[in-house]
Design a protein around this ligand. Structure first.
Ligand code: MG
Length: 384
């Protein structure tokens, strides 16, 4: 029986993780559930999965639930509660599907406590990849990617000699604005942005997908997970999202992983590896399939991908700055404070004014993250 903590259990990845657990209740057991502020859905999940601990990040939401709940699950709140949850003796695997930089501290706490990680919070590896991978090695724990592309790469690399890898080919759907010009992107709305052609995801990642920042974050994530240099990671736009990523080897052979666009498959594989089990995700039918196409990404228009390569190559604290600026810019875009193209300018501006710290420690990153957020917010308030 694998005992699991799900951080972000009411979000898109969290609810799909619970669906996987529901279908394999004989081998997977939920011990800890944690959500940001959705106390009603968390309460339903507590009733169904009866975890030992449930955590709400938001104190008001916690108090509301505490006032009406009389069951056996221990209720906790805030970051401290989250950390108490992940270091708990009862669990061996933590699914980290919190949104953004907020995932870093609990993920590090879980690694330090020797828990295996099913990583859905890519920002953790983007901001602190070296530190995270180093502590994972020291603690001899596994970091299994939940991201569909990295789950695909994991499968394509399985049993192969890493020195024979020519390049990792990370596929991108291209998002809702593929093929659009800068001029056409000037006035796109939040609603148009949230209308992703192939994947149903949370709001932040859907905007990241439209700007191509999601792919930029994934390139850095791939570098940290598999240690392949940036020059050997290629992004290919593949609008059908059937090929989830590929590896090209020195002899020219390409190994690809294909599946339907359903996150329950990569989540399940991360939780049950090395076993392959039946999955609720629909299977591909090649007789019914539309043609699969591949093209070069337009990084001149969708600059976030180029910015992410640059931040990744500079390394040190630069990806942290890029990520923090992006998180605040996306939030401002979702609140209709800025336009779509402003997101790129805000990120670039912060990167240009940042003096990189070459080997930041965790506390340096927390400081740089906070300072970048504050800088961006100050600039935004001056614009209004
Ligand atoms: Mg992905």
């Amino acid at each position: 029986m694998k005992k699991i903590a799900v951080l972000g259990s009411t979000g898109s990845i969290g609810t799909q993780t619970l669906d996987v657990v529901r279908n394999h209740a004989d081998i997977l057991k939920i011990e800890v559930l944690a959500a940001n502020n959705n106390d009603e859905l968390l309460e339903k999940q507590i009733e169904e999965f009866a975890p030992s601990i449930a955590v709400l990040n938001d104190k008001n939401a916690y108090e509301k639930l505490k006032a009406r709940y009389s069951g056996k699950t221990q209720l906790l709140w805030g970051e401290e509660g989250l950390i108490e949850g992940v270091v708990n003796d009862k669990i061996d695997t933590v699914v980290t599907s919190l949104m953004g930089f907020a995932g870093l501290r609990p993920t590090m706490a879980a690694i330090t406590a020797g828990k295996n990680i099913a990583l859905a919070n890519k920002e953790t590896l983007v901001v602190a990849g070296e530190l995270v991978m180093r502590s994972a090695k020291e603690k001899n724990i596994e970091i299994m990617p939940v991201d569909s592309e990295h789950g695909a790469l994991f499968q394509c690399l399985h049993g192969e000699d890493m020195t024979k890898v020519d390049k990792l080919i990370v596929t991108a759907s291209g998002g809702p604005f593929r093929g659009k010009t800068k001029e056409e992107l000037k006035n796109v709305s939040v609603k148009q942005c949230l209308n992703h052609p192939t994947w149903k995801m949370g709001r932040k990642i859907t905007i990241d997908s439209a700007t191509l920042m999601n792919k930029g974050l994934e390139v850095i994530e791939a570098k940290q997970l598999y240690g392949v240099s940036y020059d050997n990671i290629q992004v290919v736009v593949h609008p059908q999202s059937i090929v989830h990523s590929m590896v090209q080897y020195v002899d020219g052979s390409v190994i690809a992983q294909l599946a339907s666009t359903d996150m329950r498959l990569p989540i399940q594989y991360a939780l049950t590896y090395p076993e392959r089990l039946a999955c609720v995700a629909p299977k591909l039918d090649f007789w019914q399939m539309q043609p699969l196409t591949f093209e070069k990404p337009d990084t001149d228009t969708f600059r976030a991908l180029a910015l992410a390569y640059e931040a990744g190559k500079i390394g040190g604290s630069m990806p942290c700055v890029m990520n923090a600026a992006n998180e605040i810019a996306v939030e401002a875009f979702l609140n209709e404070q800025i336009s779509f193209l402003d997101i790129y300018d805000i990120i670039e501006d912060e990167m240009l004014s940042h003096i990189t710290l070459v080997s930041p420690e965790l506390e340096d990153l927390f400081e740089i993250d906070a300072k970048t957020r504050q800088n961006v917010k100050e600039k935004l308030s001056k614009r209004c």
